[in-house]
Design a protein around this ligand. Structure first.
Ligand code: SF4
Ligand code: SF4
Ligand code: SF4
Length: 249
C-alpha cells in the first residue's frame, strides 16, 4: 500500500493549528516520509482528487462553507477535525450567543452591513458532516498531532485521551490552582496537553473541550472544598463552549 494521501483545509479560524503543523520543523520531514501531502493551501498550489485523510481546521459559518465541507467529506476516506474551532466551534461560537446583527455591530461598527460579513450560526465540523477523528486544543499540541498521523499511517486507530486534565496535572505534581483561590476547568476538560496551563502557573480554560463523561460529582466536590460554585465556572465554560450544560447535569 502506498503512503496515505493527506490534505489540509481551513475554514473560519486563525489558522493557528496549521501553524502548529508548520512548527513541527524537522519532524514534518519525518511525517512526509509516512504520508503524502496532496493539498494544503498554506504550503502548496496542487489540488487533489480523492484523498485518504482530510484534515479540516476552523468552524463553519456560511452556506457555501457547508457545501465545500460536504464536497471534502465525499472525497475523503477519513475526515479529521483539527483544533477547537473545528471540534467544538471554538471561540468563534461565542458569536452564537448574541444576534448576528449585534455581533457585527460590536465588531465592525459602521461597516457592519457590508455584504461579505454576512454569515450564519457558527457550527463545529461534526454539526455539518460526520467526523471520524478529532484533534483537540486551541491550538493543537504538535506532539499529539505527530503521534496521531503516525498511528494513522501505520493503520492503527489513534489514541485520543478521554480523561480529565487533572490526571495529567497530578502526574506532573503541580500544586492545584484551586489552592491559589482560582477556578480551573481541569476536572471536566479532556486531557492530552500534559496539563500545559497548570504546569505553567495558569488555570485550565478548557480549550480541549469537555471529556465525554465528566465526573460531575468530583468536580462539585473540588469546587465545594474551595468555596466555589457552578456560577463561578459559567463564564469560563463559555469561552470554548466547554459544555455548561454538562456541568449543570
Ligand atoms: S483552534 Fe485556536 S489556534 Fe486553532 S485555528 Fe482555532 S482559534 Fe486558531
Ligand atoms: S483543578 Fe486544575 S490545577 Fe487542580 S489538579 Fe485539576 S487541572 Fe490541576
Ligand atoms: S490546560 Fe486546559 S486550557 Fe491549557 S492547553 Fe490544556 S486543555 Fe487547553
Amino acid at each position: 500500500m502506498g503512503k496515505p494521501r493527506v490534505a489540509i483545509f481551513d475554514f473560519a479560524c486563525c489558522e493557528g493549528c496549521q501553524l502548529q503543523i508548520a512548527n513541527l520543523d524537522e519532524d514534518l520531514l519525518n511525517l512526509i516520509e509516512l504520508v503524502e501531502p496532496v493539498e494544503w493551501r498554506e504550503a502548496m498550489s496542487e489540488k487533489a482528487g480523492q484523498i485518504d485523510v482530510a484534515i479540516v481546521e476552523g468552524s463553519i459559518t456560511r452556506a457555501e462553507d457547508e457545501q465545500r465541507l460536504k464536497e471534502i467529506r465525499q472525497r475523503a476516506e477519513i475526515l479529521m477535525a483539527l483544533g477547537s474551532c473545528a471540534t467544538h466551534g471554538g471561540v468563534n461560537k461565542l458569536r452564537n450567543r448574541v444576534p448576528l446583527e449585534e455581533a457585527q455591530r460590536i465588531v465592525y461598527g459602521a461597516s457592519a452591513g457590508m455584504p461579505h460579513l454576512q454569515s450564519g450560526q457558527v457550527k463545529a465540523v461534526h454539526e455539518v458532516v460526520p467526523v471520524d477523528l478529532k484533534i483537540y486544543g486551541c491550538p493543537i499540541e504538535i506532539t499529539e498531532f505527530s503521534r496521531i498521523i503516525r498511528e494513522l499511517a501505520a493503520g492503527r486507530t489513534p489514541f485520543v485521551p478521554n480523561y480529565p486534565v487533572c490526571v495529567e496535572c497530578k502526574l506532573r505534581e503541580n500544586v492545584c490552582r484551586y489552592e491559589y483561590n482560582e477556578i480551573c476547568l481541569g476536572p471536566v476538560t479532556r486531557a492530552g496537553c500534559n496539563a500545559r496551563c497548570p504546569s505553567n502557573g495558569m488555570w485550565c480554560f478548557g480549550c480541549r473541550g469537555p471529556v465525554d463523561h465528566p465526573n460531575i460529582n468530583a468536580a462539585y466536590d473540588v469546587m465545594a472544598k474551595y468555596g466555589k460554585t457552578v456560577e463561578d465556572l459559567v463564564g469560563k465554560l463559555e469561552l470554548f463552549c466547554s459544555g455548561e450544560e454538562r456541568i449543570r447535569g
